[in-house]
Design a binder for this molecule. Sequence first.
Ligand SMILES: *Cc1c(COP(=O)(O)O)cnc(C)c1O
Length: 403
Amino acid sequence: MSDALPVLSAASERPLRKGDVDAGDWNDWRWQLRNMLRTSEDFSQIVPLSDDERAGLLRTKDLFRTGATPYYASLMDAARSDCPIRRQTLPSLSELAFRDEELRDPLGEDSHSPVPSIFHKYPDRCLLYIFDRCAIYCRHCNRRRIVGGDTPPKRDEIEDALEYIASQPRIRDVLISGGDPLLLSTRRLDEILGRLRQIPHVEIIRIGSRVPVVLPMRIDDELCETLAKHHPVFVNTHFNHPVEITEDSKRACERLVNHGIPVGNQAVLLRGINSSIRTLRTLMRALIRMRVRPYYLFQGDTVLGTDHLRTSVESAIELMDGLRGWMSGMAMPQLVIDAPGGGGKIPIGPEYLQELGETEVKLRNYRGLNVTYPQPREKDPFVSYDEVFFAGIPEDDDREGGE
Ligand SMILES: *Cc1c(COP(=O)(O)O)cnc(C)c1O
């Protein structure tokens, strides 16, 4: 009896439902991470899994990472497998239907990586990859080749990446991403932000994170105060559906903003999940009400196993047509395609300019009304005061060079 091994509780016995968990644990972000749901046993505690979800979990297990916090899983609709939270979290068998055009690295990041942990595509900004874990592994993830694996960026790689940024005076804007950077300890984030702030040419720092959506309890005052020490710091988060906006996620975003951190949103258009005008309008309006500024709406990247989640470009443009003009301009995201292979983000309409003439241009407004705009007589945009304002400052044409 004395040397009997302790009986470990099976995964299915771990309490994962909000009502069964001590409130102190539930509100502890580290508890949420330790208890992320990963398996059929875990998820079937929350919702009765559909056949496709069950088979998807089993058959994609060795291909793509799956996982979500108990908090995010608590938003699942037990009655409907088309629930936006379920569809973003639980794999479908459709992920196995690969297409030739789909890629492990759809945005050509690995070929724009001068040193590990840096993706540098634009002249004046780069992406700094500092952590490989997330608090949700999205089904549409465009970095699924590297996240959640066993290859977290190493400390000396991050050192080299910081040195690279220091060596490139053209970099004014550093976008810290992952994985999810806000899963690192506050102390480590403070260290990395402090190092970036010592580089004189780094003007702004932004953090890309889904934490406000999937792990809002992480956004505490200590984190916000730490980020605010390194201003100007911006956060871009990733809400895709209004059902993700809860008292908790709202409080997280508002706390960031109250610390002077502007919060933007980069949503991904997902077929059958948020691809309706009504859903998009409701999402954008809910975001702006909590002072989160819609930034981009992405046409789905051509990531391996995500064809079933992409909309056609014509439906994407039609959806945007249902937003612009009908909704506060403050709540308007820009629709972009992130170029396959790494050419950067490209805005794709809708097109309002119908005809560009010498003397006039023809436009249409959001209601389809045709409008004529007369061109000025003089065309040359020369600014003579530039000679005074920039006197002695060398020309800095950011259109030259770059990756
Ligand atoms: C998206 C992205 C940026 C930032 O682009 P913005 O249009 O300035 O938001 C920078 N670097 C990389 C590698 C990116 O993917």
